[in-house]
Design a protein around this ligand. Structure first.
Ligand code: S3P
Length: 454
């Protein structure tokens, strides 16, 4: 999906209780990694439940351009014939990652480690996002920036070194994308590549590398930081992968179920890996009635079914250390906080400034447009809830899928409908969002069509 896709304004209408059950699409982080690792492994990788969102489809195209065979067999069912570690080819043209930060950043690591020279492009949102955090460690590993826009923005061309240098790298920001890019660059490199993460971030790359047969050593040092060491060069063997439902997508029907009075719904097979479960913990602290049922393991990840009942929420202080485990969920948490009694304080939010949009700014504008009082600083947000959510606003989404979905959820429970200026970008991570929500009873209206009728 790119910024020139036609914007699709959409309005969410306050409505009846939500009920029923649904399974949200596969996890985006795991889907990207399944294609990247499957594409570089030897032999066949079969993936079930792959997220067929725009972001992941860009990664599939990119792996094809590097020589992997990537085929869709049926809905969510994909087969990858990997090229083998060290055997990826230089692509003929630039790789276009659209809106996908994870895809482009992980690919930079993988391709640079293979000594390839690759040009990367993206849409207007991705072209505003900082790439220096990836380029810095990759340069230490021997990569060279051949062309770049500004200091560190797309489009850029990165040349991998003939021999990748193993490094010990302490993450300056809590970012699973940076950690993963360094580990993927380390696949080809003889010796030990170590990433030290002072704050734990999502660990899907480590889990999946081990699943594909990589020797990985994870320890905790005396300061509590995780040290992840990959001993290269690594041989990866194609494997079967089952992708669990994405907790970052489940967050939207989950919060809707809590906010719309009388609702009761079940969300099936949601991944509850603790590096991703910060929103659940926070909502439970706010008094949410969520029951975790049928805890089990899917593809090496803990999952369960979530039974959600409409609840009266109370504002809380969210500890900043929790931010990495719920970094994508703050927009929808802010919406939940608008309906909670009292104030909700969220700190440690600086990374929200560099997501698909400046999410902190977008959330503040969206809350204010709908009559919710809040304050924000560079790194924090305070939402004053409890005095009703008038709604009635039009929210600017800035090419950001999660801003769109969060405020559509607000509209289902506010006093008046809430509109977003563009719902097209939801395709990047949650294809079928409106259909799934409608199957639970949510009501949406296409703004352009509704205006034409009036
Ligand atoms: C992701 C990591 C997070 C997250 C993104 C997906 C991943 O980004 O926001 O949606 O799959 O590694 P950061 O690594 O920048 O925190």
């Amino acid at each position: 999906m790119s910024s020139d896709a036609t914007p699709r304004p959409l309005r969410a209408l306050p409505g009846p209780a939500l009920s029923g059950h649904a399974r949200v699409p596969g996890d985006k982080s795991i889907s990207h990694r399944a294609l990247l690792l499957g594409g570089v492994a030897s032999g066949e990788t079969n993936v079930e439940g792959l997220l067929e969102g725009e972001d992941v489809l860009r990664t599939a195209d990119a792996m094809r351009a590097l020589g992997a065979r990537v085929e869709r067999l049926g809905e969510g069912s994909w087969q990858v014939q990997g090229a083998g570690v060290g055997a990826l080819l230089e692509p003929e043209g630039p790789l276009d990652f659209g809106n996908a930060g994870t895809g482009v950043r992980l690919m930079m690591g993988l391709a640079a480690g293979h000594g390839l020279t690759v040009s990367y492009v993206g849409d207007a949102s991705l072209s505003r996002r900082p790439m220096g955090r990836i380029l810095d460690p990759l340069k230490q590993m021997g990569a060279r920036l051949v062309a770049v826009t500004g200091q560190d923005r797309l489009p850029l061309t990165l040349a991998g070194p003939p021999d990748t240098i193993p490094i010990r790298y302490t993450l300056p920001v809590a970012s699973a994308q940076v950690k993963s890019a360094v580990l993927l660059a380390g696949l080809t490199c003889p010796g030990e590549t170590t990433v030290i993460e002072p704050e734990a971030t999502r660990d899907h790359t480590e889990r999946m590398l081990a699943h594909f047969g990589a020797g990985l050593d994870v320890t905790q040092d005396e300061r509590g930081a995780r040290n992840i060491t990959l001993k290269g060069p690594v041989e990866l063997q194609g494997r079967d992968i089952s992708v669990p439902a994405d907790p970052s997508s489940a967050a939207f029907p989950l919060v809707a179920g809590l906010l719309v009075p009388g609702s009761q719904l079940r969300l099936d097979a949601v991944m509850v890996n603790e590096t991703r479960a910060g929103l659940l913990t926070t909502l439970e602290e706010m008094g949410a009635d969520i029951t975790r049922e049928n805890a089990r393991d899917v593809g090496g990840e803990p999952v369960c079914d979530l039974l959600v009942r409409a609840s009266s929420l109370t504002g809380v202080e969210v500890p900043p250390q929790r931010a990495p485990s719920m970094i994508d969920e703050y927009p929808v948490l802010a919406v939940a906080a608008a309906f909670a009694q009292g104030k909700t304080v969220m700190r440690g939010l600086h990374e929200l400034r560099v997501k698909e949009s400046d999410r902190l700014a977008a959330v503040v504008t969206g809350l204010e447009a709908n009559g919710v009082s809040c304050e924000a600083g560079e790194d924090h947000l305070v939402v004053h809830g409890g005095s009703g959510v008038p709604g009635g606003g039009i929210v600017a989404t800035h090419l950001d899928h999660r801003i769109a979905m969060a405020f559509l959820v607000m509209g289902l429970a506010a006093d008046a409908p809430v509109s977003v200026d563009d719902a097209a970008m939801i395709q990047t991570s949650f294809p079928g969002f409106t259909g799934l929500m409608a199957s639970l009873g949510a009501r949406f209206e296409d703004v352009a069509a509704a205006e034409a009728v009036r």
